[in-house]
Design a protein around this ligand. Structure first.
Ligand code: AP5
Length: 214
């Protein structure tokens, strides 16, 4: 299956995209994670992206489109993927359509996670992330088994620099202005599945699988 995960910052795209990828046996490709990897490596792309990410703005389309073009060409993405956080602009959606059409592929479904604004701010305030594998935890709702270390690889968990409440509110504003309309682009042929993300992680994961019939 070729799936898109959409929703505002903090709606749960990463948490559920990761689970869905594992469930379906396809890669979970998150553009935020790809960018953070580049920042950690200190690459030219990472240095360019960091300032945009720290203030909650979108990284330019040209950078994002090239990054996704290279990632979707990798062997592990040939039989499907869960693409999380892309496309976020109309330009990215148009380019993804072209890229998939050239490959004779199409999107099977777009999951849109719907969560009230105050709940997203609360979730991001309590989020801790593994710097090694990027798995997200929440210190109240979805804590790691061992204090502040990742269950998967034992790395000390960190707080993302863009999770300060003021930056979160700015990210939500940017999402409303630039990404909400992209969902309409896919709102044809029964591609969009809206799922309420306001429940426990396990309950929302079950809703996502039900919406896809998998
Ligand atoms: P990105 O990393 O994609 O950030 P985002 O879209 O703001 O989304 P988040 O990762 O903050 O949240 P999420 O929806 O994945 O929620 P999560 O599962 O972690 O992008 C970061 C930046 O990179 C952007 O601001 C931009 O600068 C740049 N960028 C990325 N893609 C781009 C693109 N295509 N174009 C241009 N720029 C781009 O969950 C959040 C918290 O809630 C966690 O703590 C989790 O444990 C908890 N939680 C999840 N589900 C539940 C639940 N059901 N109940 C209770 N708690 C829950």
């Amino acid at each position: 299956m070729r799936l898109l995960m959409a929703g505002s910052p903090g709606s749960g795209k990463g948490t559920h995209g990761r689970r869905l990828g594992a469930h379906l046996g396809v890669p979970h490709i998150a553009t935020g994670d790809l960018l953070r990897d580049q920042v950690s490596l200190g690459s030219e792309i990472g240095r360019e992206a960091q300032a945009y990410m720290d203030r909650g703005d979108y990284v330019p389309d040209t950078v994002m489109i090239e990054m996704i073009r290279l990632r979707l060409a990798q062997p592990d993405a040939q039989n499907g993927f869960v693409l999380d956080g892309f496309p976020r602009t109309q330009g990215q959606a148009d380019e993804l359509d072209k890229l998939l059409a050239d490959l004779g592929q199409s999107i099977d479904a777009m999951i849109v996670l719907e969560v009230p604004v105050e709940e997203m701010v609360r979730r991001l305030s309590g989020r801790r992330t593994c710097p090694t594998c990027q798995r997200a935890y929440h210190m109240d709702d979805n804590p790691p088994a061992d204090d502040e270390r990742c269950d998967d690889d034992g790395s000390p968990l960190e707080r993302r620099s863009d999770d300060e409440p003021e930056t979160v509110r700015y990210r939500l504003k940017v999402y409303g202005e630039r990404t909400a309309g992209v969902i309409e682009h896919y709102d044809v042929d029964n591609v969009v599945r809206r799922v309420s993300g306001e429940a426990s992680v396990d309950e929302v994961a079950a809703r996502v699988r039900d919406a896809l019939g998998v």
